[in-house]
Design a protein around this ligand. Sequence first.
Ligand code: ADP
Ligand code: MG
Length: 302
Amino acid sequence: MKKRFNDWKNERSKYFNSWTNKQKEDTFFDLDKSEDNSTNSMLINVPKKNIREIKRQNNKKRKKDSFKNKQNKLNYAIELVNVTKKYISGKNDVTNVLIDLNLSIEKGDFVILFGKSGSGKSTLLNIMSGLDRPTKGHVIVADTNLPYLSNKELTKFRRNNIGFIFQQYHLLNNISGYENVETGAILNKDKKNKNDIVSMFQEFDLLDVIDKYPSQMSGGQQQRISIMRALAKNADIIFADEPTGALDKKTSKIVMELLRKINVEQFKTIIMVSHDPDIVKYAKRKILLNKGKIILDERIAE
Ligand code: ADP
Ligand code: MG
């Protein structure tokens, strides 16, 4: 019994050391160095046995161990530790998409993920938001270590904690603007705190489309509706994948100003993907991804 306790203590302290000293050579997370140091984001040939293992890691909940109940450090919303993502791209081929990535995001931050197409931005966003699983590493969001959740639990986690804004809006086409926002409010776990939808339409300058269907709205209007839907859900963390990707400059500016406003006034943590350099100024922190690694991480002057 005593020995087991000591083993556990050892393991724990190793974990915390690796947590604070991320540069340290670290075999603790059982990373296959020879494989991970190979050419980034490229196809590599691996044995069948490894393919099976990667498939399992990518699709199934991780077996319970001492990290399952790991929570965020004080004031942090998201912490990634040694996150690796491999996709199976053929019978024996694997693509390394994220490579041993470490990242901590404070509550109330507004982060823009930049990088060339294929650098892993969407993959990273999907892993942080519980839409996808890492192959290895820890993804602790809202005090939950996500790889340890079952698919059903992940769905519940997203419903309770995460708001999404997509490039293609993803509105329901056969219901009105109001009702689309309402679908977010229905998911709001804290009913007392339900935002008043009509006043939101007023604030977003969209009263004239409140009863219209998405097909009767411009792209900018649809995107503002989808932001309202995310807000009505009252999630603390909002993820946005190229939310201005389909909008013109003027409309992008309106959308970015709104995101900035909800970040500052409602203290929402926002993580968004973009490749538009003009919108950096709306965020507080800029992270550049290249071939599955963070190559730049800096604060943006107010
Ligand atoms: P970005 O959003 O930066 O353009 P992605 O995260 O979408 O990049 O993709 C990164 C790399 O991962 C690309 O090489 C892409 O082809 C590959 N990839 C993404 N999703 C999958 C998948 N489901 N299966 C196999 N490869 C994928
Ligand atoms: Mg993408």
